[in-house]
Design a protein around this ligand. Structure first.
Ligand SMILES: Nc1ncnc2c1ncn2[C@@H]1O[C@H](COP(=O)(O)OP(=O)(O)O)[C@@H](O)[C@H]1O
Ligand SMILES: [Mg+2]
Length: 153
C-alpha cells in the first residue's frame, strides 16, 4: 500500500498519466471513492499516458467506453448505476482475460460494487481531505509483474 497527496485536479491527472506510461497490457485498476472523488479525472490522465487523443468522459450512462486509438486499449467502466446481477451480465471477464478483446488497461469506477473480483489488480482509492484535496492510496493485489517505481512519481 502506498499513499500519494494530490493537492488539485491537475495532480490527479498527472498521477494517472504517469501510471498510464508504466502499466503493461492486462492491467486492471479498480477505482474506489465517493462521487466527485476524482476517479474520472484520474482516468483522463491515464488516457493521456496511453497516448489516447480522445477526450474521456464518465461512462455513467454508456457503462463501457473503449478507447483503441492509443498505444494500448483502454476499457473504462462505471458501475455506479448497476445492480450486482446486471454487473454479472456484463461478462467483465472478457476484459480482464482478454477474451475477444485486445489486451488492454481496464479501469473500473465504483469497483466496490463488483460481485466478484479479478485474480490480480491494483486497487486505487481516492478520498477527500478536509481542505478539499485528495489522498490516493494504491494497493497492489497480486499484480506482481508490475513493480511500481515510486521514485518516478
Ligand atoms: N486532487 C484533487 N483536488 C481537488 N479537486 C480534484 C482533485 N482531483 C479531481 N478533482 C476535481 O473533483 C471533481 C470531481 O472529479 P471526478 O473525476 O468527476 O470524480 P468521480 O469520477 O470520482 O465522481 C472535478 O471537478 C475534478 O476537477
Ligand atoms: Mg466518475
Amino acid at each position: 500500500m502506498t499513499q500519494f497527496y494530490l493537492p488539485n485536479a491537475e495532480s490527479t491527472r498527472e498521477f494517472g498519466k504517469k501510471l498510464g506510461q508504466l502499466l503493461p497490457p492486462n492491467s486492471i485498476l479498480l477505482l474506489e471513492g465517493n462521487l466527485g472523488a476524482g476517479k474520472t479525472t484520474f482516468v483522463q490522465g491515464l488516457a493521456t499516458g496511453l497516448d489516447i487523443p480522445d477526450s474521456v468522459e464518465s461512462p455513467t450512462f454508456t457503462l463501457i467506453n473503449e478507447y483503441t486509438t492509443g498505444r494500448i486499449p483502454l476499457y473504462h467502466l462505471d458501475l455506479y448505476r448497476l445492480e450486482s446481477s446486471e454487473i454479472v451480465d456484463l461478462n467483465l471477464e472478457q476484459y480482464w482475460e482478454g477474451i475477444e478483446v485486445e489486451a488492454g488497461i481496464v479501469a473500473i469506477e465504483w469497483a466496490d460494487r463488483l460481485p466478484y473480483k479479478p485474480e490480480f489488480y491494483l486497487k486505487i482509492e481516492l478520498i477527500y481531505t478536509e481542505k478539499g484535496e485528495r489522498i490516493l492510496t494504491i494497493f497492489n493485489k497480486g499484480q506482481d509483474d508490475f513493480n511500481l517505481d515510486l521514485d518516478r512519481f
